[in-house]
Design a protein around this ligand. Structure first.
Ligand code: GLU
Length: 400
């Protein structure tokens, strides 16, 4: 009999966090690792946001705050939803947590009973299914393959819904594919959801501002106001504002759900970091022009990586609409053998061999529920991306 809980046997550690840690360990041991594993901007947090944090400390904002966020931040979040998404929320409909991860976790813990089903399109962000399992629910995986643009269809969604379906977790632009759903794609899905009033929508909009080639972001409650009363709209400052380490995520939705999420947070972590909350106020209320500048760099890096990968025999890489990931297929490399004698039977074998033999860290596709692929985060310098692509190309060409 194990000392650990039975629930733990149903989940695995986060592979995105694991690859980041492994790359850091190898680098500390002297290996010239290029890590394209972690999904975080390489840009520093903008100066005006850093200064707001320093000012907050000096002003004594270093104590406990209300459990799910200071009023100033909740107001800034309401203003953001109004400004960016045409969604009207009151501060009591807003919850702030230590990153988007805790928002999602609180919402699932607050709502799932044993046997409740949560529909998750695959490829999915690694933590969705395991969070559902931790909360006692059952993930129902809905494949969204590359030939469908990594998007689920209305028919597939309709077919996946059962009387036990509680949530659809929706993520556009997607981690790990960068695929975006435009208004028409979204409307087709929200039309389905309107026919199934037991299904709520958890919309993870973390990559809202990271879109390219004129792609227009939309979120379910905006496209279908009829879903407003059963949608949790989730966002955060990590990606667009280059604030991953500050750990501020937030959501808006029905008061009953937000109150339940607060109850869970009050018995676990209490408030997110007070200083980070003030920094987030400055981020949301402050200038946004740097986001467009960053996006120019991200789009250039995306184009560089997609072109380089597609030039490699055995790899095929679609062009994503947003986020800072690409999700190439390595179907053409399966069955080959690396110079050190590793057989590439799976995308995990590929990622391990690439790291061990060519010093490039990526996340293998099976972790995101669609194989054989791998994910590259191109939120890295042009030099690192070019060097990484050189190494990936040489590695793939060395396979026999
Ligand atoms: N969301 C980022 C990623 O996918 C951060 C790591 C994590 O928390 O999973 O790499």
């Amino acid at each position: 009999m194990t000392f650990l809980s039975a629930t733990l046997a149903r989940v695995k550690p986060s592979p995105t966090v694991a690859v980041t840690g492994k790359a850091a360990d190898l680098r500390a041991a002297g290996r010239p690792i290029i890590s394209l594993g972690a999904g975080e901007p390489d840009f520093d947090t903008p100066e005006h946001i850093q200064n707001a944090a320093i000012a907050a400390m000096k002003a004594g904002h270093t104590r406990y705050t209300p459990v799910d966020g200071i009023p100033q931040l909740k107001q800034a979040i309401c203003d953001k939803f109004d400004r960016d998404n045409g969604l009207t929320y009151r501060p009591e409909q807003v919850s702030v947590s230590s990153g988007g991860k805790q928002v999602l976790y609180n919402a699932l813990m607050a709502t799932l009973n044993p046997g409740d089903e949560v529909i998750i399109p695959a490829p999915y962000w690694v933590s969705y299914p395991d969070m559902v399992r931790l909360a006692g629910g059952e993930p129902v995986i809905l494949p969204a393959p590359a030939e469908d643009g990594f998007r689920i269809t209305a028919e597939a969604l309709e077919a996946a819904i059962t009387p036990r379906t509680k949530w659809l977790i929706f993520n556009s632009p997607s981690n790990p594919t960068g695929a975006g759903y435009d208004r028409d794609h979204l409307k087709a899905l929200t039309d389905v959801l309107m026919r199934h009033p037991q299904v709520w929508v958890m919309s993870d909009d973390m990559y809202e501002h990271l879109v390219y080639d004129g792609f227009e972001f939309a979120t379910p409650a905006q496209v279908e106001p009829g879903l407003y009363d059963r949608t949790l709209t989730v966002n955060g400052v990590s990606k667009a504002y280059c604030m991953t380490g500050w750990r501020i995520g937030y959501a808006a939705g029905p008061v009953e759900l937000i109150t339940a999420m607060r109850k869970i947070q009050s018995q676990s972590t209490s408030n997110p970091c007070s200083i980070s909350q003030w920094a987030a106020v400055a981020a949301l209320n402050g200038p946004h022009d740097f986001i467009a500048d960053n996006n120019i760099a991200f789009a250039r890096r995306r184009d560089l990586v997609v072109a380089r990968l597609n030039a490699i025999a055995g790899i095929s890489c679609p062009v994503p609409q947003g986020a800072f990931y690409v999700y190439p297929s390595i179907a053409g490399l399966i069955g080959k053998t690396s110079p050190a004698g590793r057989r590439i039977d799976t995308d995990e074998d590929f990622a391990i061999a690439l790291l061990e033999e060519s010093d490039v860290a990526v996340v293998f596709g099976a972790a995101f529920g669609l194989a054989p692929h791998f994910r590259i985060s191109y939120a890295a310098s042009d030099e690192d991306l070019t060097a990484a692509c050189d190494r990936i190309e040489a590695f793939c060409n060395s396979l026999t």
